[in-house]
Design a protein around this ligand. Structure first.
Ligand SMILES: [Zn+2]
Ligand SMILES: [Zn+2]
Length: 345
């Protein structure tokens, strides 16, 4: 099978690898859509990675001993390889499991945990069925397109009564805007890149502030009368969390989704903020709610996805990511969208 790997600074190549085999609870998914996440940053840094990607949807081609799945099931895969038995895994918070499985060592295989590839090995309990009325492309939002910010919106209970402020309009921040809009919230965003600011507006952000030119906390207060009810930090920029906290009203809520080294906040006590660190979402408890969100956002998802490209063009796709002039980019490991769409009922 074909799979992408980063072999040096600025170099991503598609190479031949062995197709993984199902074993016990480990099933094989033929990946038809692989959304791109932050892997391009490794290419920028020259960090070698021979197992790229963690987002995928496709069809089950070998269900192993699974009693949850059959060959042909349309599925989305969740990230990581949690142990499946600890309190975090069994409560659906497997993202935080400290005992990750090494499924390749377990089964004596040399490849099969990358999603920038044609087939993937995954424990069946980390795979969710995509409802028949949702296309594979839209189902792919259950990965990082919606996942991390869906987790944040759920933990902050954001609804139609809220003003939501989203910091950073990359693919994760755009997902927050889409979901905020479909929940009926009034949505503002913070972004410096002109393409992304424009895309945020197209997706329904009422205003997109440029923090280099505008006093964001003052403007948000002026427009809302008191500040945003909830904020989501997706940018990872050094002062973003502080700026966001100052833009959220007293007793408001704030989620940090971005992976930044050090996050600095203003003094927290005066504002009495609730602050959440959110990695992903709980697919055990919230799967139906996720699919409701995807259905409601159907038209906006098509705007948020700006590029769909074959896996063989992964280098070009990362060139686009380097410019920042994109929303979510989807790779198609088996060539074109036709096969993926045929899997849509
Ligand atoms: Zn675990
Ligand atoms: Zn991701």
């Amino acid at each position: 099978m074909r799979a992408a790997e980063i072999t040096g600074k600025g170099v991503v190549e598609v190479v031949d690898r062995t197709i993984p085999q199902a074993s016990g609870d480990l099933i094989v998914v033929k990946i038809l859509v692989a959304p791109m996440c932050t892997e391009f940053k490794k290419r920028q840094n020259g960090t070698e990675d021979h197992s790229l990607g963690h987002e995928a949807v496709g069809v089950v081609t070998d269900a192993g001993d699974s009693r949850r799945f059959s060959v042909g099931d349309r599925v989305a895969v969740m990230p990581h390889y949690g142990c499946g038995v600890c309190y975090l895994c069994t409560s659906g918070d497997y993202m935080h499991c400290p005992n990750q499985r090494d499924v390749l060592a377990e089964t004596g295989q040399d490849y099969g945990t990358a999603t920038y590839s044609q087939y993937l090995l995954k424990p069946d309990w980390l795979v969710i069925k995509i409802p028949d009325d949702i296309s594979l492309v839209h189902g792919a939002m259950a990965c990082c397109g919606f996942g991390p910010t869906f987790g944040a919106l759920e933990r902050m209970n954001v609804d139609a009564l809220d003003v939501l402020l989203v910091s950073g309009c990359g693919p994760v921040g755009l997902g927050a805007i889409v979901q905020g809009v479909t929940r009926g919230a009034r949505v503002f965003a913070i972004e410096t890149h002109p393409f992304r600011a424009e895309l945020a507006r197209k997706l329904g952000a009422e205003r997109v502030f440029n923090p280099m030119e505008e006093d964001v906390p003052a403007l948000v207060r002026e427009l809302t009368g008191r500040g945003a009810d909830a904020g989501i930090e997706t940018s990872g920029a050094p002062t973003a969390a502080k700026n966001l906290a100052l833009s959220v009203r007293s007793r408001g809520k704030l989620s940090v989704v971005a992976w930044a080294g050090d996050v600095s906040f203003p003094p927290l006590v005066p504002q009495g903020l609730d602050i959440f660190g959110v990695w992903h979402w709980n697919s055990l408890n919230l799967v139906e709610e996720m699919w409701r969100s995807v259905r409601k956002a159907s038209d906006l998802i098509d705007v948020m996805i700006t590029h769909v490209m074959p896996l063989e063009e992964v280098s070009d796709a990362m060139d686009i990511q380097d410019t920042g002039a994109c929303g979510k980019i989807l790779l198609l490991p088996h060539g074109d969208l036709a096969e993926a769409e045929l899997q849509t009922v």
